[in-house]
Design a protein around this ligand. Structure first.
Ligand code: SF4
Length: 732
């Protein structure tokens, strides 16, 4: 642990205080502080943090300047991490349900009792229904210890919303085209770009420090910006071209852009000739998709489509076409991602400066583990079967929920939910509740009493990210790859325990300790670092260590592997894999349903000071943004006779009503859309600050359009109308 430079400052202040100089009333002398490096978990970006600690308390969190990616910056959420650590509503001790599911009645038990009960229930389910009857629904890097536990237990059934509710279509679409997905953080070379293209990506509203910084750097260096969004987002306010597209028509726009590049012969011909397969098929396919054709569909002027295509051609290959992150929109999402990947290929921007850079492999060490048992019954979530290109590692959450409800292909009777609120993160809440009703056992491991906790049989309080070790963060998709450490900066509060400890104790009880051949996370860390020639001590002091990167094609070494690791080692403009599976080998626009009369399409996004639905109970962030608002256009508000700030209720196409919400009237949204910031309208009484503030977009998502290629849930297919006359006791 490094002594901070602030110690010196405080020592000087102490000397002054001793002399009676400059000290405020109540000054009691010098406190020795330490700065301990770790990384943030207020969202998934995992910026480097320095925690200023004194007397076992965290005084302040600031950015760690030694962190290679985030270099000393934290966003508001990251700076507010202390309010999570000291949140009085935290889960404090293990609890066993005593009331009915959903009632929220529990009794406190000891860890011994909790873990024995947990292990006994898992063994019972295994004996009765087989190990596959237990499913794991995690979120985030910290779940890795439990993931090992569940694989060792013998269940193939694990699924996280990061795939089927977020990044999955993008990863699949780009992997089909370039042979690999993007990973996280996204390797988009925003800072070096000459032209940035955002399609439904809200940089500035979704704030990930290094991404926002690179975006600002790129713009400051003169990059031009195209923003495609039905809403005038923060990014749109910086744009050279804001294209307020009719929702659901992005593929038509992308095909028209591709058409212009090819018909005008302004794509990167040399790059395509050298690296790509399937160009003639692509050229023939897009021939009819002219800007005029797209104008009628997208409601964007053909001349703007042409103009923006020309701007891309002028800037290529330094075009940062951001692949997006939350990409599950309309159920055609893998094909939309394919269209984006094809466009990036025509611009020659994959592996090029200012485009999308390449990951640099890092070789880390691992303890040898016994092989995991293989299930004879296969997965229940449809990955690899119903959804042929779903990730088997990340699974299909909605597939798992459907299988639990239907008890097909076999019964799933136990869930372990880690670090997410399945009622909010996965659409079709009623279906999730139906699945929960079918369970004989539900265990939740979490830091806060999220709504699903009320339905759990067993609740295990996990230590916060500031109180625990997690699996180190190995990042290859940065210009300089790095490894970063999350380590405890203070002891766990109450009776909370770190995830690694819970998983290892469970392994002992289930006779699976061979899968956890280490006693401490430091031992695990030392093994991981062995091939990198970095000491655990160095990493603990600095928080992160980086390595030379080879981000562009010209930098690559043979040992890095193929640049395009497809079967042909070429970019697949035309996808034989999709053709073989019975899908369109080239993306095609298929019309989506429009809102019925009197309804708006429900669209949603993020706010810079909140992360998912996990930060609304945070005292600091709540003070910055306590509730969300329903954005509607000036015209729509006038038609409905609604005034700014008026409280309304949203009702969806299936008659489901949300909680009351205030209206924000703006010219910055299309008249056929209504926008909410995600994560509000929390229904857990135990989250006293967040309870019933604002409205939840997830509550209004009673239907989805499933992507047949990878199983993701397209969620922008819900429509809402605005009710001004409602009984507040009857809603939500
Ligand atoms: S972007 Fe903000 S919340 Fe996310 S990891 Fe970084 S500091 Fe934490």
């Amino acid at each position: 642990m490094r002594q901070s430079s602030t110690v010196g400052v405080l020592a000087e202040a102490g000397a002054a205080a001793a002399k009676g100089e400059n000290h405020p009333p109540g000054w009691a002398g010098v406190r020795r502080t330490q700065e301990i490096a770790t990384n943030c978990e207020m969202c998934f970006w995992r910026c480097g943090v320095l925690a200023e600690v004194a007397d076992g308390k965290v005084l302040r969190l600031s950015g760690n300047p030694a962190h290679p990616l985030t270099g000393g910056r934290l966003c508001a959420k990251g700076s507010a991490g202390t309010a999570l650590l000291y949140d009085p509503d935290r889960l404090k001790y293990p609890m066993l349900r005593t009331g009915a599911r959903g009632e929220g009645k529990f009794k406190r038990i000891t860890w011994e009792e909790a873990l024995d009960f947990f292990a006994a229930r898992l063994n019972e389910l295994k004996a009765k229904y087989g190990p596959e009857s237990v499913a794991f629904l995690p979120h985030g890097v910290a779940s890795a210890w439990f993931s090992t536990l569940m694989k060792a237990f013998g269940t193939p059934n694990a699924a996280e919303p990061a795939f089927a509710q977020c990044r999955g279509p993008r990863e699949v679409g780009y992997a089909l085209t370039f042979g690999q997905g993007l990973g996280s953080p996204e390797p988009v070379d925003l800072a070096e770009s000459k032209l940035i293209v955002l399609i439904g990506t809200h940089i500035g509203e979704n704030v990930f420090t290094s991404q926002v910084t690179a975006f600002a750097e790129g713009l400051a260096r003169g990059a031009r910006l195209i923003v495609v969004d039905p809403r005038f987002s923060t990014a749109a306010s910086k744009a050279d071209w804001w294209l307020p597209i009719r929702p659901g028509t992005d593929i038509a726009l992308l095909l028209a852009w591709i058409n212009v590049l090819i018909t005008e012969e302004i794509y990167d011909k040399e790059y395509i000739a050298r690296n790509a397969q399937g160009f003639p098929e692509l050229a023939a396919h897009v021939k009819e998709f002219t800007p005029e054709w797209a104008e009628a569909i997208t409601e964007l002027p053909a001349q703007k489509i042409r103009e923006t295509a020309l701007a891309m051609a002028q800037a290529m290959p330094a075009v940062a076409l951001h692949p997006g992150r939350h990409t599950t929109w309309y159920g055609d999402d893998t094909q939309r991602s394919r269209a984006m990947a094809i466009l990036a290929a025509l611009l020659g921007s994959w592996g090029r400066k200012g485009g999308i850079f390449l990951p640099t492999p890092l070789k880390t060490g691992k303890f040898p583990l016994p092989p995991f048992p293989q299930s004879k019954r296969g997965r229940a979530d449809g990955a690899g079967m119903q959804f042929p290109l779903a990730s088997e590692e990340q699974g299909v959450t909605n597939g798992l929920i459907d299988a639990t409800v239907a008890e097909k292909p076999y019964p799933i009777k136990g869930w372990i939910v880690y670090g997410q609120n399945v009622l909010e993160s996965i659409p079709r809440r009623e279906n999730t509740l139906r699945a929960i009703e079918q369970l004989e056992f539900l265990a939740v491991v979490d830091v806060l009493p999220m709504e699903q906790v009320n339905y759990a049989d067993l609740v295990l309080p996990e230590a916060t990210y500031l109180e625990r070790y997690d699996v180190p963060h190995v990042v290859e998709s940065a210009k300089k790859p790095y490894i970063a450490l999350r380590q405890p900066v203070v002891e766990p509060l109450y009776e909370s325990k770190p995830g690694w400890w819970i998983a290892r104790e469970m392994a002992r009880r289930l006779s699976l300790e061979a899968y956890f051949p280490w006693d401490t996370p430091e031992e695990h860390l030392s093994k991981l670092l062995e091939p990198l020639q970095v000491s655990a001590c160095e990493l603990k002091v600095n928080g992160a260590v980086s390595f030379p990167g080879r981000p562009y094609i010209e930098d690559r070494l043979p040992s890095d592997g193929p640049i395009f690791p497809t079967e042909s080692r070429k970019i697949q403009l035309y996808s034989p894999a999709l053709k073989q599976l019975g899908f369109d080998p080239l993306p095609r626009y298929v019309p989506v349903e429009n809102p019925p009369l009197g309804y708006f399409r429900l669209i949603y996004g993020r706010a810079p000071v909140h992360a998912f639905g996990r930060s609304q109970n945070n005292a600091i962030l709540d003070s910055l943004m306590p509730e969300n608002e329903a954005w509607i256009s000036v015209k729509a508000a006038s038609d409905l006779g609604i005034s700014e700030g008026q409280t309304v209720v949203l009702e969806n196409q299936d008659g489901v009503k949300g909680l009351p919400i205030k209206v924000r009237i703006t010219p910055g949204i299309r008249s056929d859309c209504l926008y909410l910031v995600h994560g509000f309208g929390n229904q857990s009484r135990a989250l006293r600050r967040a309870y019933r503030k604002g409205a939840s977009d997830a509550d209004l998502m009673t239907r989805v359009k499933v992507d047949p290629i990878m199983g993701g849930t397209g969620m922008r297919v819900n429509f809402v109308r605005v009710l001004t006359d409602f009984d507040s006791g009857q809603v939500g």
